[in-house]
Design a binder for this molecule. Structure first.
Ligand SMILES: Cc1cc2nc3c(=O)[nH]c(=O)nc-3n(C[C@H](O)[C@H](O)[C@H](O)COP(=O)(O)OP(=O)(O)OC[C@H]3O[C@@H](n4cnc5c(N)ncnc54)[C@H](O)[C@@H]3O)c2cc1C
Length: 489
């Protein structure tokens, strides 16, 4: 079987790795990975400047999703994994230029502790009363998708959307809470509303169940009959050499002749026995195709084969973003607040959506004495920022940091030792209201096209582990389809 993989981001790389493993184990499979850029990795891109690892794209992945660390271990990178420094974990929300810590007991946007919620200055007394009354919400069957903003506003009021849901989601998805699908992005909350009515009661019940499960496991462990639970897991995991280390480790495993960089696939046609790719002025034939490009590219490529499927894919919205890394000598700047950094609600009217104190988030990865501040800008509401030149973006970030953190701490007069600006046009898929329904239609139509698989951040999870999972599954499914079914009986 000959497989073409279109797109050498982490999803396409994971697919190629899986096919290479099968090939090396004796399966009759050949693959070619096409990547239009001159480098692999897509959004994963780290650069080491003056001995400091700077991330242009993602800086880590969620530890609770196993596909990320699992792949790193398989690639021999176990000793390179760095957990986030959760003891120092504290995140602030900017409210009128002040940093207000997220109140203790917040789970998945839901306040579950009375006293910290009552005492926080993040919310007005009216919102706090609404939060207390939320406990009385009756169960509500969920028959239609709605936006995250609509769900949160119904329970906790508009201020909770502006100061909590919106900044948390734009910091993760570069997204807009009024557009994102509650069913896709917050499925647990939608279930809780159906079962309990109150999201706070639902969250407390889920927490209680989890504690009971852990206690039962510990009790069983006393009898030696249960697997020993792993130690506490960090929230995020990164690699000593940055996310690029993962890309490089996969590339090393692939056969070099199977990887074609700076080679865009221009069109795709379905033939009875397979697929024809046009690459420049050449046509190439494959039995199967894994489309691991952005969905808007996949949609264009599939338009000639199935116009409706092409439209569904090009209809998946994407947001664009910019990251700005600033490196300082710690002795030159003032004392930064404790914690990992802060999020900026859109209602604050700033360019910055979030800022991470990178040297705090991952202990030991930044050389002692250096501070790395990484700003995240753009998002669904501010795409035009990508057109601004680097010096303007750096000046904007420096001015906003000075206004938020204080001129004495990190004012524009303090020299940065290094700066780095990266633009990510239409790189993050947005799971808009109705995403699940769209996915049902996409899956049904794609299933009618033999040998076609879709992988990447547009479908079933935007994070790195989700992209790895979709890439590996796409490859495994194609291999399984081609394998003769073992005779049973
Ligand atoms: C700034 C930023 C920060 C992020 N932070 C995090 C984070 O901290 N943690 C996390 O888990 N996730 C994070 N994400 C999300 C995550 O990085 C992405 O969702 C994921 O990397 C997407 O991988 P992918 O393979 O689906 O797509 P991509 O990385 O977009 O790769 C698609 C590839 O297809 C190629 N391509 C397109 N068209 C063609 C063609 N015609 N022929 C050949 N090749 C083509 C493109 O050049 C590209 O390399 C972040 C994303 C961004 C942009």
């Amino acid at each position: 079987m000959r497989v073409a993989i279109i797109g050498g981001g982490i999803a396409g790389l994971a697919a190629a790795y899986e096919l290479e493993k099968a090939r090396a184990a004796g399966t009759d499979v050949e693959y070619t990975l096409f990547e239009s850029r001159d480098r692999l990795g897509g959004s994963l891109a780290s650069e080491t400047i003056n001995g400091i690892v700077l991330e242009r794209g993602p800086d880590s992945f969620l530890s609770e999703k196993p596909a990320g660390a699992e792949l790193c271990r398989e690639l021999g990178l176990a000793d390179q994994l760095v957990p986030s420094n959760d003891a120092n974990r504290k995140t602030y929300i900017v409210v009128k230029n002040r940093l207000v810590p997220l109140p203790d007991g917040l789970m998945f946007l839901i306040p579950t502790k009375l006293i910290p919620t009552a005492l926080t200055t993040l919310f007005s007394p009216t919102t706090k009363i609404k939060m207390a009354l939320e406990l009385l919400h009756p169960p509500r069957p969920s028959d239609q998708d709605e936006s995250v903003a609509a769900l949160v506003e119904r329970h906790f009021g508009r201020e909770a959307v502006d100061r909590l849901a919106d900044p948390l989601l734009s910091g993760i998805y570069g997204g807009d809470a009024t557009q994102l699908s509650a069913r896709t992005v917050l499925p647990k909350l939608v279930e809780m509303e159906t079962q309990y009515g109150s999201l706070t009661r639902g969250m407390l019940a889920a927490h209680k169940q989890m504690r009971a499960k852990m206690a039962a496991m510990r009790a069983a462990d006393g009898n030696g009959s249960a697997p020993r639970p792993a130690g506490p897991r960090s929230i995020f995991t990164t690699l000593k050499g940055g996310m690029q280390q993962l890309v490089d480790a996969i590339e090393k495993k692939l056969q070099s002749e199977s990887v074609r960089k700076s080679t865009a696939v221009d069109s795709l046609e379905r033939y009875e026995s397979g697929w024809r790719l046009r690459v420049g002025d050449r046509g190439e034939f494959y039995d199967a195709v894994i489309l691991a490009s952005q969905a808007w590219v996949a949609g264009k490529l599939l338009a000639a084969t199935d116009a409706a499927l092409g439209d569904e894919l090009t209809g998946i919205p994407y947001s664009s973003s910019v990251t700005v890394n600033l490196v300082f000598d710690e002795s030159q700047i003032g004392q930064l607040p404790d914690g990992f950094g802060f999020l900026v609600p859109a209602v604050e009217g700033r360019a910055m959506l979030a800022c991470t104190f990178v040297h705090r988030k991952f202990a030991g990865r930044t050389p002692t004495g250096k501070a790395v501040l990484r700003a995240f800008l753009g998002g669904a509401k501010n795409e035009s920022l990508l057109d601004q030149p680097d010096d303007v973006l750096i000046a904007t970030v420096r001015r906003e940091l000075s206004e938020i953190l204080g001129a004495r701490i990190v004012g524009p007069h303090i020299p940065a030792e290094a700066t780095q600006v990266s633009r990510w046009p239409r790189a993050m898929a947005q799971y808009a209201v109705g995403h699940q329904e769209r996915m049902k239609r996409v899956k049904a139509r794609a299933a009618e096209l033999p040998g076609l698989r879709l992988a990447g951040n547009a479908y079933d999870g935007i994070g790195i582990p989700d992209c790895i999972r979709t890439g590996r599954n796409a490859a495994r499914e194609l291999i399984a389809e081609k394998q003769p079914v073992a005779a049973t009986n």
